[in-house]
Design a protein around this ligand. Structure first.
Ligand code: PBG
Length: 330
């Protein structure tokens, strides 16, 4: 690619780095259209509650979440992704799929208030709803997380979200066959036009720590390494994404984002699919914490999000959405 280019002093790459010309040759931009804001709704709360490991992020009440979504819509943020913390948990995650449960109610309320001004994406996982905190059904004797028995429950949950008005459902449990199960459940219930954003390459990551405080979704035994991916693997991510595309995923996601920019790059270049990246809770806390302490300049926030786009992401789920949208509006 480079054999025909000239050399210094004919070539001086600094010529294009003057303040005036710099912006003309900028190859990657971050727009408010790229942002998806995660929101936590806790059915047990009477007032919003700060999350200590995620400064600036709160758990919303069923009422305050609508207000928060309205602020985001006014800033031009196109979408939110909803996570629910139910009043009651049980072994099989019953409150993940009731018509009157936390995410279903919040979806209905946000859509009633904002309509097409806010795309509601619902996270489709059982870990916030199960007493054991795993993303699937569990055999207590063997402590195994069971794949196939989980699939119909994910299908049922997806349909309940769609019925409440969800624009996109987003399965995050890393069960094999989950996209196919959800696609056919939606199609059978007349929701063939509801897209699936699949958490396709989701790694078993320590960067989810603060989220587990936020969503009360920590597990009571073992870890998630029998279903989420090994951080050491790269080709396997392509196999995961390929399966999800074959099963009917409309948007594929890589998660986390910053420590996995190589995976975002490979996925985008291999499949050319609409590709989302999740700038997860630990990435947020790491950068936010350092900025708050004065160890990093605030520009580090924009730089990390631009890096995720440069790697190939079309959209970014990020707890910085509100801050960045505010900044972009100015
Ligand atoms: C649920 C889920 C998790 C996240 C999104 N959906 C946590 C996990 O898998 O343990 C993490 C999001 C974040 O860290 O911001 N399966």
């Amino acid at each position: 690619m480079f054999e025909n280019t000239t050399k210094f002093p004919t070539t001086r790459l600094r010529r294009l780095r003057t303040p005036a010309i710099r912006r003309m040759v900028k190859a990657t931009t971050l727009s408010v259209d790229d942002l998806i804001a995660p929101l936590f709704i806790d059915e047990n709360l009477g007032a919003p509650q700060p999350i200590s490991s995620m400064p600036g992020v709160r758990r919303e009440t069923p009422a305050s979440v609508v207000y928060e979504a309205k602020i985001l819509a006014d800033l031009g943020v196109p979408a939110v992704v909803l996570f629910g913390i139910p009043k009651e948990k049980d072994e099989t995650g019953t409150h993940a799929y009731g018509d009157d449960d936390v995410v279903q109610n919040a979806t209905r309320d946000i859509k009633a208030e904002l309509g097409d001004d806010m795309v509601v994406i619902t996270d489709l996982c059982l870990c916030e709803y199960t007493t054991h905190g795993h993303c699937g059904m569990v055999d207590y004797e063997t402590e195994e997380v069971l794949n196939d028995p989980t699939l119909p429950i994910l299908g049922k949950t997806a349909v309940s979200h769609a019925r409440a008005g969800a624009d996109i459902v987003a399965p995050s449990g890393m069960m094999d066959g989950m996209v196919a199960a959800i696609r056919s459940a939606l199609d059978e219930s007349d929701f063939s036009n509801t897209p699936i954003m699949s958490y396709a390459a989701k790694y078993s990551s320590s960067f989810y720590g603060p989220f587990r405080d936020a969503a009360e979704s920590g597990y009571s035994f073992g870890d998630r390494s029998t279903y989420q991916m090994d951080p050491a693997n790269s080709d396997e991510a392509l196999r995961e994404v390929e399966q999800d595309i074959l099963e009917g995923a409309d948007i594929v996601m890589v998660k986390p984002a910053l420590p996995y920019l190589d995976i975002i790059y490979r996925v985008k270049h291999e499949f050319k699919m609409p590709t989302a990246a999740y700038n997860v809770s630990g990435e947020y806390s790491m950068v936010r914490g350092a900025v708050d302490k004065g160890w990093l300049d605030e520009k580090a926030i924009m730089e990390s999000l631009i890096s995720i786009k440069r790697a190939g992401a079309d959209m970014i789920l990020t707890y910085f959405a509100k801050d960045v949208a505010t900044k972009l509006k100015k």
